[in-house]
Design a protein around this ligand. Structure first.
Ligand code: GDP
Ligand code: MG
Length: 393
């Protein structure tokens, strides 16, 4: 007999991205409409989606609708944001981590600045798979659709996506939403869902990659040694294997002497599991919350990074004043915080409510990987949020 877990469909997080007015919200509503007919969703109207409640995600106000639906294959949580600023915040803060995205391109406009900006952000936050819906097919003829497709495939390649092979569907979200059953109406939505089902892989815990575990907690077991506690983010931890402990300018070599899960010893533990790890020859005074446990020679300590950062507006509880170079504050990421300095390119300033490229200098070397989110806080309130885009060794 199957367990309850095995009867559940796999889950996937997706969302619509693309230029304003290209039809993202219309498409989201149309998906629920078409699936409702098949008993796989509750219809959510355009107005309900666009009236999304304000969300408090890590102290940042984001307007976003999270719509649930399912296909025969999987269940989905779908994010649609009302405005461009909400997309920026949502993606930069990692508020809803998407496993893949639907890029909506209005056929009458073709690619536009926000199409490119969302693709850049998608790449930076680690979204790998994009399915394209060329919308408003009712407004143009077939030659235009083919031209837009060529242009979008090229654009995707420019941003490092697989533009040559990703599915591209022509349709009219508005027709589908108003019950049209033709090729560009309902049929296009079914084609889109099929493409999503097959092209965007179900996220899997990476148990084969190099071991990575941020340390949440640590303590001493008298007579045995130092134990660190955390959730394995990637890889498989094996008893008696060599590991490294990295962070705060320090690098220690050690060995996994014991692995405990709920007070029982195991020979190995996989990504996703919360473990206590007994470390050989590591003094408790050398351990800090926020250090990383990793496979030897796989991660690099650095204190120079480039990032894409959003400065919260005053209305969002952010700063009243713009931010200039040599700004020093506490940076928060994963399970650690330390002082850091921000510098802006060409000694520009960043206005509250704006986003831009920044240089970050940590006061101590840490491990930060591309796509890793962080925030800056002043007196306990978040004033900026961002993602790492580059590391300088
Ligand atoms: P968003 O800003 O990307 O969410 O775009 P919306 O979904 O709000 O759509 C913008 C406008 O385009 C609205 O007036 C829609 O009715 C219209 N629209 C959306 N899809 C289609 C379509 O397939 N055909 C036509 N002709 N208009 C559409
Ligand atoms: Mg919209």
């Amino acid at each position: 007999e199957k367990s309850n877990q095995e009867n559940l469909k796999p889950h996937c997080n997706i969302g619509t991205i693309g230029h304003v007015d290209h039809g993202k919200t219309t498409l989201t509503a149309a998906i629920t409409k078409v699936l409702e007919k098949r008993g796989l969703a509750n219809f959510t109207s355009y107005d309900e989606i666009d009236k999304a409640p304000e969300e408090k995600a890590r102290g940042i106000t984001i307007n976003a609708a999270h719509i649930g639906y399912e296909t025969s294959k999987r269940t989905y949580a779908h994010t649609d944001c009302p405005g461009h600023a909400d997309y920026i915040k949502n993606m930069i803060s990692g508020a809803s981590q998407m496993d893949g995205s639907i890029l909506v391109v209005g056929a009458d406009d073709g690619q536009m600045p926000q199409t490119r900006e969302h693709l850049l952000l998608a790449k930076q936050v680690g979204i790998d798979k994009i399915v394209v819906y060329i919308n408003k097919a009712d407004k143009v003829d077939n030659e235009i659709l083919e031209l837009v497709e060529l242009e979008v495939r090229e654009l995707l390649c420019d941003f490092g996506f697989d533009g040559g092979n990703c599915p591209v569907i022509y349709g009219s979200a508005l027709k589908a939403l108003t019950g049209d059953e033709s090729e560009i109406g309902e049929q296009s939505i079914l084609k889109l869902l099929d493409a999503i089902d097959n092209y965007i892989p179900t996220p899997q815990r990476d148990v084969n990659g190099p071991l990575l575990m941020p340390i949440d907690n640590f303590f001493t077991v008298p007579g045995r040694g130092s134990v660190v506690v955390g959730t394995i983010k990637r890889g498989t931890m094996v008893k008696n294997s060599d590991i490294e402990l990295l962070g705060f300018d320090q690098k220690f070599k050690s060995t996994v002497s014991d692995i405990q899960i709920f007070k029982k010893s195991y020979n190995k533990a996989l990504a996703g599991e919360n473990v206590g790890v007994l470390l050989r020859n590591i003094k408790i005074k050398n351990i800090q919350r926020g250090m990383l446990l990793c496979a030897p020679n796989t991660e690099t300590l650095s204190n120079h990074f480039e990032a894409n950062m959003y400065l919260l507006s005053k209305a969002e509880g952010g700063r009243k004043l713009p931010l200039a170079s040599k700004y020093i504050q506490q940076i928060y990421s994963r399970t650690w915080c330390i002082p850091a300095r921000i510098d802006l390119e060409n000694s520009q300033i960043l206005m509250p409510g704006d986003h831009g490229k920044v240089r970050i200098t940590l006061f101590k070397k840490m491990v930060m990987s591309i796509g890793q989110p962080f925030t800056f806080r002043e007196q306990g309130t978040t004033v900026a949020t961002g993602i790492i885009t580059k590391r300088f060794d």
